[in-house]
Design a protein around this ligand. Sequence first.
Ligand code: E4P
Length: 218
Amino acid sequence: MKFFLDTADLSEIEQGLAWGMVDGITTNPTLIARQGKPYLPTVRAIAQLVPGPVSGEVLATDSEGMLDEAHRLADLAPNMVIKIPLTIAGLSVVGKLTEEGIKTNVTLCFSSAQALLAAKAGASYISPFVGRLDDIGEEGMGLIANIVQIYDNYDFSTEVLVASIRHPMHVVESALLGAHVATLPLKVLKKLYRHPLTDIGLENFLADWRKTGKSFSD
Ligand code: E4P
């Protein structure tokens, strides 16, 4: 399973890369707005820092505008993936970009029907938002199970990129279901490492050795 970081914060990205656990990045307009910096230069800086795929989203909503912005994003770096919203205009643009060999990530997916359409359009990734579904009392992980099954049934090559992840169990359940990618905030990635028995066990091992009064090389 691949782990992407869901952020536009360069220091968070550097931290995640240093841990050796980050395969790519997803951004969105909200995350970039939080940085208080211009849009395209921020996406370019991320794409230059990260060896793996970097998703940058179009801001236009009409097909002509989306296509133009998609080309400008794709020109930033060879690892760019163009994030397109799941609308009729959006999926028509995905079809065109796929024909041109440009990778796409269809975002704001909240239903199996939408995921089926994105795969038929040739999307490289589909991003179902599990946390936002949970927030309104629906089962985000149920959607992941359905999409994985539908894509398996027809051998679609679109990768399931689980988005809007809020906690470690979203990641574990995505892995159990066979989702290809989880995109997570740095704070959730950090939580994946933690277990209280690891901390207590380490503390005890070191305390026991300290009692001998000897050093590592004695
Ligand atoms: C995915 O690509 C989105 O950027 C992201 O996961 C949205 O998450 P949120 O619901 O926490 O905003």
